[in-house]
Design a protein. Structure first.
Length: 368
């Protein structure tokens, strides 16, 4: 497990990170903490170069007051968020915080409100990527939830509004942190997390990989690397991917592998609603967003979770000028009482709305 500064060091290019507010201390002098020093007020903020481009970042420091958010802590985060918006650069937030600094009472809660407000201001203007690298409890969980993509480390990280003890006290239900706060629970069940990292270093590598597909802001084009020549030679091996029997499931990953450049597909939300596949790819060097039904799971039907997953991805691609490729093999929306009562009409409409609102190029391939 790395420290707050080490996480930034391995992410940014050497000697490129310029720290903001290094000498800021806490603002708790009115709350009986005047004698306690809190270096940087528990958060490191600044701007540097990563993956060949300027990136703004903040990294919470759990070794300083548990990384709890107070008014000056929040002000530092808000300042770097505002700069990212004004300069048109991506924002990376590394979250490792026990929540609000209770000594500052309502001042801390007001700080959260200011951070959330800026998350919304940045939404659709610059990419926001959150990393859950430690505790992310209570109100601390909502800023990451307002970001575009979340990466969570498998070990040493948890995220929850109410932990097992509070749930037990309030409802009488016994549960474990694995059930409500782990990376596996959030990636596979709640859908809050888009990527699981094995450790801090892997998490920062995923951030860099994700940024390699994204523009710096909503007025830039994606970082295309167009090939000198486009290959139009027929590939008859694709025919072998389609089973002769319509009742036999086809694996859409095989189709994607035939279309995209070698090793140039970054799947998003892999463990959530696997009956639909979404992710970023390069085709002859051009960045595209792929949405594909997956017949190998639930026959590729669209259910509530798949509709939400697809809609969110489409809206992101539309905001950041990324063309869409849709690979279709779908019998329709999933029938069932639970789906109807859960609002499949309402959730399915989100996906229809997202496609209709998208102004980027859209190509659909009917695979079967």
């Amino acid at each position: 497990m790395l420290s707050a500064r080490e996480r930034l060091d391995i992410f940014f290019e050497p000697d490129s990170f310029q720290e903001w507010g290094m000498h800021v201390d806490h603002g708790c002098h009115d709350f009986g903490m005047a004698e306690k020093s809190m270096p940087c007020d528990g958060v490191v903020t600044g701007v540097g170069r990563a993956a060949g481009r300027p990136v703004a970042a903040f990294s919470q420091d759990a070794t300083v007051g548990g990384g709890a958010l107070g008014c000056r802590h929040a002000k530092k985060i808000c300042d770097i968020m505002e700069y990212a918006l004004e300069a048109g650069m991506p924002l990376v937030g590394i979250n490792d915080s026990g929540g609000a600094r209770i000594q500052e009472a309502v001042e801390s809660l007001a700080g959260y409100g200011q951070v959330f407000y800026r998350n919304v201001l940045l939404s659709g203007c610059v990419p926001q990527i959150g990393v859950i690298a430690g505790n992310c409890a209570g109100g601390a969980a909502y800023s990451p939830a307002l970001m575009n993509y979340l990466i969570m480390t498998r070990e040493n990280a948890n995220m929850f509004i109410c932990g097992p003890q509070v749930i037990k006290a309030a409802t009488g239900v016994d549960c474990t942190m694995e059930e409500v706060g782990s990376a596996g629970a959030h990636a596979g069940l709640s859908g809050n997390v888009h990527f699981i990292a094995e450790n801090d270093r892997h998490a920062m590598e995923l951030v860099a990989d994700l940024l390699s597909y994204l523009p710096a802001n909503n007025v830039d084009n994606p970082p295309h690397r167009a090939s000198d020549e486009i290959c139009l030679d027929p590939d008859d091996s694709v025919n072998d991917l389609v089973p002769g029997d319509n009742k036999t499931a086809m694996n859409m990953y095989d189709v994607i592998g035939k279309i995209v450049d070698a090793d140039r597909f970054l799947e998003v939300h892999r463990d959530f609603a696997p009956n639909i596949i979404v992710g970023f790819a390069r085709i002859d060097g051009l960045v595209v967003g792929i949405i594909a039904n997956q017949p190998a799971v639930k026959a590729g039907t669209l259910d509530i979770d798949a509709s939400d997953k697809g809609a969110r991805f489409i809206r992101f691609c539309n905001a950041f000028n990324i063309p869409l490729l849709t690979l279709v093999d779908v019998p329709g929306f999933l029938p069932g009482v639970a789906q109807e009562q859960g609002g499949i009409i309402r959730h399915g409409a989100k996906m229809l709305f997202a496609y209709s609102a998208a102004a980027v190029p859209k190509i659909t391939v009917i695979t079967r």
